[in-house]
Write a protein that binds this ligand. Structure first.
Ligand code: SF4
Length: 164
């Protein structure tokens, strides 16, 4: 466990140092993109909340989160930093997704990793209308573009992929 904690601290330190080196104008641009991304993810979450996703997830036991690993990316951390959001402490000792708390994700929906916000299991998707499904997948593409915009504020490939 200690190794994962150490790797986490190192990765957070690396991204934080890059964030702090940003010129003020770029940091302002990042803050705007970060706020827009949080609002975008919350809107996606509201779309599935309409079909009582929380009850379906509770009934299933959150199998997707139990299996989830290391979805949190460098861009996700940059959104925390740019909006001054206090960072959670992962739980590398739980044998599950290290960001799964008791009883729910340690990350608020507006800050949750791309894979977690865009994944709908059949239980949820079957409750959505065809229009809602189309809207959800259009929002997924827009969200991917928002991630690319934030990565584009840094040297090529330096903010690609998951933090760990
Ligand atoms: S980060 Fe949160 S939503 Fe994503 S798999 Fe882990 S516990 Fe689930």
């Amino acid at each position: 466990m200690a190794d994962w904690d150490h790797e986490w601290q190192e990765a957070v330190g690396r991204v934080t140092a890059a964030f702090e080196r940003l010129p003020a104008a770029v940091r302002g641009e990042l803050a705007g993109g970060a706020r827009a991304m949080v609002a975008h993810k919350e809107a996606m979450q509201r779309l599935v909340a309409r079909v009582d996703a929380a009850t379906h997830c509770a009934g299933c036991g959150g199998a997707c989160c139990v299996k989830g690993k290391y979805h949190f990316s460098a861009v996700d951390l940059l959104v925390y930093l740019a909006t001054d959001k206090p960072l959670f402490t992962p739980r590398f000792d739980n044998g599950l997704c290290p960001f799964l708390g008791e009883p729910e994700c340690l990350i608020p929906s507006g800050y949750r990793p791309f894979n977690c916000i865009t994944f709908n299991c059949d239980l949820i998707e079957d409750q959505l209308t065809r229009d809602e499904v189309s809207r959800f997948y259009r929002m997924e593409q827009e969200l991917a573009a928002r991630y690319a915009d934030i990565r584009g504020l840094f040297p090529a490939r330096s903010m690609d992929g998951s933090l760990l």
